[in-house]
Design a binder for this molecule. Structure first.
Ligand code: GLY
Length: 172
């Protein structure tokens, strides 16, 4: 991203140690921007990324638990909405870097969110929500993805900074 608006993203990729590197390969190798699930994993294998050994794999315990839930949707929502509101468990990491030529890149990776409904997609892989960079600024978000997605937080931040706001003001 940054100087040429190039971007790559993966969603719901399991058991690869470096999903951001897989996302970068998407940017470099194919005319798509985002791959998800099995397709993303097949692409990662084709690109030579190695899957973690069974010892290193840690299945998302919360999803395992969710798969065992009774088929009572309302009960699910009641139980997990409460947990979500209380716990807000995330595992997101983000970074923005600038090189000696002034090119800016932003990246982000996440394990998602505990107690989410299966199939939930958060902000992290969505360009302009969880991560964004332009020629002049970059941003990477952590926190509750639903809010970040609604506002398109990182794109908004970058636009505010481009418009002359100092970074802290834009963040506030
Ligand atoms: N920011 C991480 C997520 O909501 O999935």
């Amino acid at each position: 991203m940054g100087s040429n608006e190039a971007a790559g993203a993966v969603i719901r990729i399991r058991n690869f140690a470096h999903p951001i590197s897989v996302a970068r390969k998407i940017l470099e190798e194919i005319p798509h921007l985002m791959l998800s699930g099995k397709g993303a994993e097949i692409f990662a294998r084709l690109m030579g990324f190695k899957e973690k050994s069974p010892d290193e794999q840690h299945a998302n315990t919360d999803n395992r638990e969710i798969e065992k839930l009774p088929e009572d949707y309302r009960e699910f929502v009641r139980k997990y909405s409460k947990l979500l509101a209380e716990q807000r468990i995330f595992s997101t990491f983000g970074a923005v870097a600038i090189n000696s030529k002034g090119h800016i890149v932003a990246r982000a990776s996440t394990g998602g969110m505990s107690y989410a409904f299966p199939g939930r997609v958060g902000d992290t892989p969505v360009i302009g929500a969880g991560t964004f960079a332009s020629r002049s600024a970059g941003a990477s978000a952590t926190g509750l993805g639903e809010g970040i997605l609604r506002v398109g937080v990182t794109r908004k931040l970058v636009e505010l900074v481009e418009g002359g706001q100092v970074v802290q003001e834009a963040c506030d």
